[in-house]
Design a protein around this ligand. Structure first.
Ligand SMILES: NC(=O)c1ccc[n+]([C@@H]2O[C@H](COP(=O)([O-])OP(=O)(O)OC[C@H]3O[C@@H](n4cnc5c(N)ncnc54)[C@H](O)[C@@H]3O)[C@@H](O)[C@H]2O)c1
Length: 240
């Protein structure tokens, strides 16, 4: 039971410790990056992550096309790839929602303009734009669209990720093997990493890259941001 990453760990206690670390880093003026995959939206955790961004616990967001597209769909139509985030069932006409989300952003110009024009009014990207939190979306061969904000030149995207990771004190990696490993490879081993993934292999792969301060939590990302936001709220309540 002494292994670093296992599904048989007291998740709530680990999340409480992560909340303490986040509060301490922010108290001392530190920088926190979030790397997030589309499962954050699919599992209904986008609003909790949006809350963390709004409340100033996220300084930069690194992701790809999917997270942003699904986030836009969730904000505009309350579905993710056509599945109702309230009901968990396929929405009527939901098969069109993904493309509607992409086309809406194209019509607006880009994600920032969609917020400025009052089209995008909630969720992750909205809070980033409102709060001035930079986001970098790296392209991949799997992308639909992609959104105009997506950097399709991988070398340029890698450079932009590196710029955002400068002086970072902690990186939270939420359900994205591709971007989590990429970011792990860009960081010195001393940066605190928190990797949340349902697949132990994704977490092990990251930890094997040599970070000495990595915490791996094998769990559903749908429950992590809401529990984390709750623990941070409790800590804030204690100190105010
Ligand atoms: N429609 C699109 O445009 C589209 C769709 C999907 C992916 N993409 C792009 O493809 C690239 C790779 O995508 P990716 O990062 O999703 O793939 P990935 O396979 O690299 O990472 C997905 C990770 O999410 C984890 N995961 C899945 N469900 C989870 C849950 N409930 N809780 C915790 N972890 C969970 C998986 O174990 C996996 O590690 C990205 O650039 C992405 O933007 C585009």
């Amino acid at each position: 039971m002494s292994g670093g990453a296992s599904s048989e760990k007291p998740a709530t206690a680990i999340i409480r410790q992560i909340a303490r670390d986040i509060c301490n880093i922010k108290k001392s003026g530190g920088k926190i990056a979030v790397v997030a995959g589309p499962a954050v939206v699919h599992t209904g955790a986008a609003s909790a992550l949006a809350t963390l961004i709004r409340e100033g616990y996220v300084d930069t967001l690194l992701s790809g096309n999917a997270l942003a597209v699904h986030d836009v769909e969730a904000a505009l139509l309350k579905t993710s790839l056509g599945v109702s985030l309230q009901e968990g069932t396929a929405a009527v006409g939901g098969c069109r929602h993904h493309l509607m989300a992409i086309n809406t952003i194209y019509k607006a110009g880009d994600l920032k303009k969609a917020v400025e024009k009052g089209i995008l009014k909630s969720e992750i990207i909205y809070e980033c734009v409102k709060k001035g939190v930079p986001f970098v979306l790296a392209g991949s061969i799997r992308d639909d669209g992609p959104l105009p904000d997506v950097i399709t030149d991988t070398v340029v995207a890698q450079k932009k990720y590196r710029e955002q990771l400068k002086d970072v004190d902690m990186v939270m990696m939420l359900a994205s093997t591709l971007h989590a490993i990429a970011v792990g490879n860009m960081l010195p081993s001393t940066v605190k990493l928190v990797c949340i993934d349902i697949n132990p292999a994704a977490v092990t792969k990251l930890l094997d890259r040599g970070s000495t301060q990595a915490i791996g939590v094998i769990t559903d990302v749908g429950t992590f941001p809401p529990l984390l936001a709750e623990e941070i709220k409790k800590l804030k309540g204690k100190t105010s």
